[in-house]
Design a protein around this ligand. Sequence first.
Ligand code: FNR
Length: 417
Amino acid sequence: DEVYRGGIAGRRPAVPTAFPALERRARWAMSRRAYAYVAGGAGSEETVRANRAAFGRLRVVPRMLRGVGERDTSVELFGQRLAHPLLLAPIGALDLVHRRADLAVAEGAAEAGVPMIVSNQAGFPMEEIGPRARTGAGWWFQLYWSTSDDLVDSFLARAETAGAGAVVVTLDTTVLGWRPRDLDLGHLPFARGLGIAQYTSDPVFARLARETAAGPRRASPRPTPAAVRTLVEISRHHPGRFADNLRSPLPRAAVETFLRVYSRPTLGWDDIATLRSRTRLPIVLKGVLHPDDARRALDAGVDGVLVSNHGGRQVDGSVASLDALPGVVEAVDGRAPVLLDSGVRSGSDVARALALGATAVCLGRPFAYGLALAGAAGVAQVTRDVLAELDLTLALAGARTPADLELAPFATTEPGV
Ligand code: FNR
């Protein structure tokens, strides 16, 4: 209603409505490194394209005269009723995209009434982001499982204290994918001191950095700018302890510590089983693509799964996320929520994922482009556009709820988008 009324009044939106134009405009507005980091995928980027092509093959069959004056897309997730079946996916290093990064995302998400999943690699500590999201539909915390168990426990405790509604454990990034666009620009945001605020604000991380500095791997006396930035961040959150360390080996040590603790490649199902006793938050496993992994997840006591291939940023040639969804939905068999991300660009995409059995959907790159163009207002508009199109799609397809949507019983042979 609001979108149409704005149009009738001649108001033009602050950011383009359709994704291709949104991406084009954001590309102009962003630095080369920022755009490469956000848009890029793994290897030849076949998986990025496959995610889109999978949506292109799925067709809704609109039904007529079904009296759809009232639509309801609300959904219950872990005891919370959400007005919309949409969340903002965790996106790290947004301090590369916008000065206010996750703070602006939280404000935009709150304005649009959807929860934000705060990345482990956020540009601000979760304690600063959470309150801004809490005025809306709340926030969840996304965890990369560190090599340090103490750090994992510290992150979980902080998420509980700061008011997260759930913890999302990302399984598909135990090592970073092969990303040619970033490699060609010599760019790793974290090594430049971006996206490390959860670490620099953490007391366990601060201890680990001090231990590294005092240990045998003494760092060079000439710290890189990124190392100094890391130290300044640590000093901001732990004043006093670090203030006199600027000329010590600590700056380099802090960056080395980050690279060492960031993620645990040896992670296995046994670790997941321990998680249940370590947090009272609902646990969602992100990156599940195989039905057997979904079954094992439920056996390990988790509360939900997120079908995702990380937006095609990890395994080039991976199965498209949407193609993996039906198998996971069947394996879970209604015992837990099944979320989906990777390739969602519009309300029509959300409708198709829901029709295929997803409980809710996460939006990724589009909101990052909204952030690049117009900060919190851009995030809010991109999100509300998706919600508005979802609602219209239901109405026009004769569905009061996503469960009423009917899919064509065949896959088209079109190459997709
Ligand atoms: C991500 N994603 C991600 N996932 C995660 O669990 N933690 C993170 O820190 C990040 N960081 C991140 C940065 C950028 C720039 C992108 C594009 C993605 C993955 C994200 O949560 C989600 O799975 C994908 O964005 C979904 O794909 P689309 O819809 O963006 O193509």
